[in-house]
Design a protein around this ligand. Structure first.
Ligand SMILES: [Zn+2]
Length: 87
């Protein structure tokens, strides 16, 4: 997805928290499951896991709560891979 020059004008947005690609649909987000240019499947959304982990940490409404900084970026799901590499 990142390598397509067609997306230089940012028609498709990326949310690193959920590892999701999306386009604006009115005031809502329409998630994409396949690359619109080459058709490869996009990464599986981590949205459910994001909510599960934050609720387990005591944030019942994570979209509005002041969640830890790592949960505002891709860090919360990339750090696991880093840990596994080191062990
Ligand atoms: Zn593509």
């Amino acid at each position: 997805m990142d390598r397509h020059p067609q997306n230089d004008w940012q028609s498709i947005h990326y949310d690193p928290r959920f590892d999701e690609y999306w386009i604006a649909a009115g005031s809502a987000r329409q998630c994409l499951f396949f690359c619109p240019w080459c058709g490869v499947p996009l990464p599986e959304s981590k949205r459910d896991r994001w909510f599960d982990e934050l609720e387990a940490l005591g944030y019942p409404d994570p979209l509005f709560d002041n969640v830890p900084a790592i949960y505002r970026t891709s860090e919360w799901w990339t750090r696991c891979a880093v840990t596994e590499k080191g062990s």
